[in-house]
Design a binder for this molecule. Structure first.
Ligand SMILES: Cc1cc2nc3c(=O)[nH]c(=O)nc-3n(C[C@H](O)[C@H](O)[C@H](O)COP(=O)(O)OP(=O)(O)OC[C@H]3O[C@@H](n4cnc5c(N)ncnc54)[C@H](O)[C@@H]3O)c2cc1C
Length: 351
């Protein structure tokens, strides 16, 4: 199965942030065989490899990537058994949700409007509006970059946690995800756990919305925060939330509460695992002196969401990094908390 290897392909148009340089070599792989060939091609030339999905959670450096970028284009959605949808990693994630919801399958309706590919969803265990994809993934198939052998991972093998799996931590860069299986529930009641959704349906006096109505509501709420990619809305030219919500130990949380109280502020928080608390990164950013709409040259903070760094047009990756650093520094100086970026940095530090 021959593959087509292209030279110096601009990566910016393949990412939602729209910044960064080219891939030295670029392959679009539409089957397991093509993925395998691309890996062998890179290996034979001793080149680094980067796996790209929908480009919605990456920041590509201005130099670009010096090796081979393999964009996963494996398609196909099969309902393998009642409610078990097996989808190719290159399928569009929101299109899969649209199809499932139209057939009245629940379990992923609150994840509507998250951009990117099916293969990207397990990597950081995407989550929104009270659902995480780890609740429905039953298994996934991936190719081992070490020996090119395929392996099936059960849900429990994936090490899912908040914005985390083995694929972005301990096993980062080792696996190419080929297909993901989701167990959905026919006629399931939609999940309305998140405040924004509760308020939405209270306001329209609809106490028992359908799955489709919840999907539509999630997309509408996301649009109002520029967390839905809408052509022409430059607040949505982002990588979504740029920072993870910090999960603090009890003592760190108490220290933060004390610090905020001295400033006359009250920290919002949600219970996390054990005795820890999750604190909204957006609150920390805004209370460190950054308002929505903050501008720094061609980059800025979204006018509609304090956690999104946006490219207002013509920005360089270096501009995004400079604003990221400024925010991290100021949050650290104000609250002593290290904000961890969510997007994957590509082509920085040599690779
Ligand atoms: C406007 C906007 C809103 C967003 N909202 C949310 C949100 O609500 N919740 C949330 O969790 N995320 C959100 N995101 C982030 C992003 O959409 C998700 O993380 C998405 O799942 C990334 O998928 P992708 O295909 O675009 O991955 P990419 O951006 O292409 O890649 C991200 C990482 O995954 C790896 N990867 C991708 N595909 C594969 C594969 N097949 N095999 C192995 N590794 C792979 C890449 O190597 C890279 O490390 C948002 C982003 C934007 C732009």
């Amino acid at each position: 199965m021959p593959i087509s290897v292209r030279d110096n392909v601009p990566l910016a148009p393949l990412t939602t942030l729209g910044v960064g340089g080219p891939a030295r070599y670029f392959v679009e792989a539409a089957s397991t065989g093509e993925v395998r060939h691309a890996i062998e091609w890179a290996r034979a030339r001793n080149l680094p490899l980067f796996v790209l999905g929908g480009g919605s959670n990456v920041l590509v450096s201005d130099r670009g990537f010096p090796g081979v970028v393999v964009r996963i284009a494996i398609r196909g959605i099969v309902e393998e058994a009642e409610g078990v949808f097996l989808a190719g990693a290159g399928e569009d994630w929101d299109a899969l949700i649209a199809r499932a919801v139209a057939a009245n399958y629940g379990g992923i309706e609150c994840l509507s409007g998250i951009p990117g590919s099916v293969g990207g969803t397990p990597v950081q265990n995407v989550g929104a509006y009270g659902q995480e994809v780890s609740e429905t993934i039953t298994s996934l198939e991936a190719l081992d970059l070490r020996d090119l052998a395929p392996r099936t991972f059960a849900n429990a093998d994936c090490g899912f946690a908040y914005r985390q799996s083995i694929f972005n931590t301990t096993e980062r860069g080792r696996w190419v995800i080929l297909r993901v299986a989701y167990q959905l529930r026919k006629d399931a009641p939609p999940r309305i756990a998140y405040r924004d959704l509760k308020e939405y349906f209270a306001a329209c006096k609809n106490p028992s919305p359908t799955l489709q109505q919840v999907r539509d509501a999630v997309r509408e709420v996301r649009r109002s925060k520029a967390m839905l990619i809408v052509p022409g809305d430059d607040d949505s030219r982002s990588a979504g939330s740029f920072f993870k919500n910090p999960v603090l130990t009890l003592s760190d949380y108490q220290r933060l509460v004390q610090l905020a109280a001295e400033r006359g502020e009250k920290v919002p928080s949600y219970p996390a695992e054990g005795q820890s608390s999750k604190v909204p990164a957006a609150w920390l950013v805004e209370h460190s002196g950054f308002a929505k709409g903050y501008a720094r040259g061609a980059v800025g903070i979204s006018r509609k969401h304090a956690l999104a760094i946006v490219n207002r047009g013509g920005a360089a990756a270096a501009d995004i990094v400079a604003l990221k650093n400024e925010i991290q520094q100021r949050v650290h100086d104000t609250f002593g908390i290290e904000l961890i970026p969510e997007p994957v940095m590509v082509g920085f530090d040599g690779v």
